[in-house]
Ligand binder design. Structure first.
Ligand code: T5A
Ligand code: NA
Length: 210
């Protein structure tokens, strides 16, 4: 059995086009260059059977009831929980692009009951840190290819943002609020300044669940 320190579970959240993929990749490469063992993942994971159903829904080739797609997004995370846990316990830091909070925010923004939305993810691993890229929506719509997928509409993104704010208010101890309209460099610096402390703290703490 591995007796070393565990890795940190770091999540990026925010509205569409807020820069999650850009920043999570950058943090992965910064930490890798410092010798940290990193695995980068994202949700939805469109490579699994359930992920294929989610992809068909997001690209508007398949319609599903709000509750059904919600449960598929959650199931897609449950598919990965054992592998995330194994990596963390082996000392690998897992950097994750979207997680349970996207699940709750997008479905609650449609009007599905907030507590109902949170329930299927109970028991999944709790992140050590969430970087919340809070969007100035008017700016985000001008970013590349906005508008191609199901949820990429301004009114809807505004509602999603309100739900993310609600989640942030409940969990501000490990959520780090970032202004997504800042430059890439400013955001990278802000994230890097927090990341070392997150890794150190995670190493001293047991894994917990949502
Ligand atoms: N969803 C997801 C649910 O409804 N429930 C769930 O449980 C989950 C997990 C797909 C959809 O699924 C929904 C949410 C989504 O609508 P996705 O596959 O993560 O989710 O979506 P993607 O289309 O891959 O990614 P996003 O649209 O969310 O974009 P990102 O990753 O936030 O943004 P990024 O980094 O790709 O950047 C977008 C553009 O902006 C530029 C980049 O170069 C890029 O062109 N950019 C900046 N420009 C200026 N300044 C900055 N600071 C910039 N940062 C990035
Ligand atoms: Na992305």
């Amino acid at each position: 059995m591995h007796v070393g320190k565990r890795g940190a579970f770091i999540v990026f959240e925010g509205c569409d086009r807020s820069g999650k993929t850009t920043q999570s990749r950058h943090l992965s490469s910064v930490l890798t260059s410092k010798g940290v063992d990193i695995k980068q993942i994202n949700f939805p994971d469109r490579t699994t059977t359930i992920g294929g159903m989610i992809n068909a829904y997001l690209t508007n080739t398949q319609d599903l009831k709000d509750e059904v797609i919600h449960l598929l997004f959650s199931a897609n995370r449950w598919e990965c929980v054992d592998s995330i846990k194994k990596d963390l316990l082996a000392g690998t830091t897992v950097i994750c692009d979207r997680y349970s909070y996207s699940g709750a925010a997008y479905s609650a923004a449609k009007g599905v009951d907030f507590d109902w939305c949170c329930a299927p993810d109970r028991g999944l691993l709790e992140p050590d840190a969430v970087f919340y890229l809070k969007a100035n929506l008017d700016e985000l719509t001008s970013r590349g290819s906005y508008g191609e997928e199901r949820y990429e509409k301004l009114d809807f993104q505004r509602k999603v943002g309100e739900q993310f704010d609600r989640l942030y208010a409940q969990r501000s101890s490990y959520w780090h609020l970032l202004d997504a309209s800042k430059s890439l460099q400013e955001l990278q610096d802000q994230i890097a300044a927090v990341a070392d402390g997150v890794l150190q703290q995670a190493a001293e703490q047991p894994l917990s669940t949502i």
